[in-house]
Design a protein around this ligand. Structure first.
Ligand SMILES: [Zn+2]
Length: 147
């Protein structure tokens, strides 16, 4: 099983989202004998691309049991972390029109001594951190949102 997770739709420009689409499709098509899982996030974004582009017989969806961190998103993310590899697809910088909370850098990646200044903070990084703790692989793919 392969996990594909990343930023929500509002963290990508249209150009960045098109680039993310190509990467997601490439991962799905490069691993035709494996199941692909994601988290069905209501923020759409990467989770939505995975859901839309993975053949249904290969798609595994992990949903939070509640909309809270404990007994909810946390456990959902831990299911995804059991993948043999977790791909984290994140944008390099916030779009100009982004109105949400902005973080200076990614504190999840900082805590792992990984590159934390080159992408937007994402819960996907937390999931990848758990995958590493479980002995699984993680790979970050940083999308340039701009020309
Ligand atoms: Zn990160």
């Amino acid at each position: 099983m392969i996990g594909i997770v990343g930023n929500g739709r509002d963290k990508f420009t249209e150009l960045g989202y098109n680039r993310a689409y190509n990467i997601v499709v490439n991962i799905i098509n490069s691993n035709i004998n494996e199941q692909i899982c994601s988290g069905n996030s209501p923020m759409l974004g990467i989770d939505y691309l995975v859901k839309q582009n993975t053949p249904s017989n290969r798609y595994i969806e992990y949903n939070p049991v509640t909309l809270k961190w404990n007994n909810g998103y946390r456990e959902r993310n831990l299911q995804i972390a059991k993948s043999r590899i977790v791909y984290v697809i994140v944008a390099n910088k916030y779009p100009k029109e982004y109105k949400g909370i902005k973080f200076e850098s990614c504190y999840h990646c900082k805590s792992m001594n990984k590159d934390y200044n080159n992408h937007i903070k994402s819960g996907a990084c937390w999931t990848a951190k758990q995958a590493i703790k479980l002995g699984n692989e993680s790979q970050w793919m940083v999308i340039n949102n701009f020309e």
